[in-house]
Design a protein around this ligand. Structure first.
Ligand code: 5GP
Ligand code: MN
Ligand code: MN
Length: 332
């Protein structure tokens, strides 16, 4: 299923040179996998690419070929007329890096978030894709380009992380067919899953212990959450990326529909992560709070005291859970 937007994106890859490639801040496996796979494809087409992100690349992703080529926006002079953004739903999530986009730039927006606001001059937003890596694979197909091992490694990493290791509800037949195709290029799935998903640092384990001590659950048993304070991260000796994945503990509890993590990212700023199981559209809730994401995984950042933010968010999620349950009962 390659629609006109894939054609447009493939043309963009072929038509332009000296490209700035961007992804969302605090990049994850899909953001890095998709942009680095695209960088490989573009280099094969003879193009010059510049890779920029606001944040340092997490150590666990440094094995991805070309990951060492990322620069901070401050290290790059001038502005770019040709830009491609990957795995990013709105311009705000590009952070400071957006300052490198020239006023009149052609910007291709390649993404799969429902909350994508089509901020590009050209947009390939495929809501059926489980990962942006899936979209980049299909762009390569549209371009009739061979996928080499380096490109395949990047694509496999993002497909794997955005499907939670091929476990979430977005794990489709197409995802597994693409994954299988990438294995034929020489990808070693065990090595990648071990590096990216199984291995945790000691501070990360200490942080899990501390976070589990804060577990909360509402009266209905359908909402559960964890709280991570600055002090907990400091005491564990960890960093922000160690917090990733903690939200799955409350989410996975039997009977829970929505799992939430509340993390104090700096004094007075609370990063909220949402995960739902079957019915609640947490992407819509995150959007109401100024964030975004997918129906089953989303996030936002709120200003205020931890307890006040918790109260506000839990009230809103409680409402969503009740109305969805009522809706289900009506149907029966
Ligand atoms: P996480 O909770 O792991 O940070 O993010 C889950 C999903 O929600 C990801 O797909 C991510 O792109 C999206 N997301 C998380 N935080 C934000 C945010 O502040 N704004 C937007 N637009 N999306 C977010
Ligand atoms: Mn992402
Ligand atoms: Mn993604």
């Amino acid at each position: 299923k390659l629609n006109q937007d894939y054609k447009t994106a493939a043309d963009f890859f072929q038509a332009h040179d000296d490209l700035l490639l961007l992804v969302h801040e605090k990049p994850d496996g899909d953001a890095l996998g998709s942009v680095l796979a695209a960088a490989h494809l573009l280099q094969k087409l003879g193009k010059t690419v510049t890779l920029v992100n606001d944040d340092p690349i997490p150590d666990k992703f440094m094995f991805l070929p070309l990951a060492d080529r990322f620069q901070l926006p401050e290290q790059v002079a001038g502005k770019f007329d040709r830009v491609i953004s990957f795995d990013c739903g709105d311009r705000k999530r590009l952070g400071r890096s957006a300052s490198l986009i020239a006023e009149s730039a052609h910007l291709l927006n390649v993404d799969h978030h429902v909350t994508n606001d089509k901020f590009g001059t050209e947009n390939l937003v495929d809501l059926e894709a489980a990962a942006t890596c899936q979209i980049v694979f299909k762009i390569a197909y549209q371009l009739q380009m061979e996928i080499d091992l380096d490109t395949a490694t990047c694509l496999y990493t993002g497909l794997m992380t955005d499907t939670g290791g091929f476990r979430y509800s977005n794990t489709s037949e197409e995802v597994l067919l693409i994954a299988a195709n990438l294995l034929t290029k020489g990808v070693s799935p065990y090595k990648i899953v071990d590096r990216v998903m199984e291995t945790i640092s000691w501070p990360q384990l200490l942080l899990i212990r501390a976070a589990l001590d804060t577990l909360g659950r509402d009266d209905s048993g359908q909402i559960a959450w964890v709280t991570i304070t600055r002090q907990m991260v400091d005491t564990a000796g960890g960093c922000d990326e160690d917090v990733e994945g903690l939200v799955n503990y409350p989410r996975n509890v039997e009977g829970v529909e929505v799992g939430i993590s509340f993390r104090e990212s700096s004094p007075g700023r609370i990063k909220v992560s949402f995960r739902s199981k079957y019915v609640v559209d947490v992407g819509a809730i995150a959007l109401e709070f100024g964030g975004g994401g997918h129906a089953r995984a989303a996030g936002c950042t709120l200003e205020g005291e931890l307890s006040a933010v918790q109260e506000k968010v839990l009230a809103r999620v409680g409402e969503a859970v009740r109305s969805n349950t009522a809706h289900l009962e009506e149907k029966e």
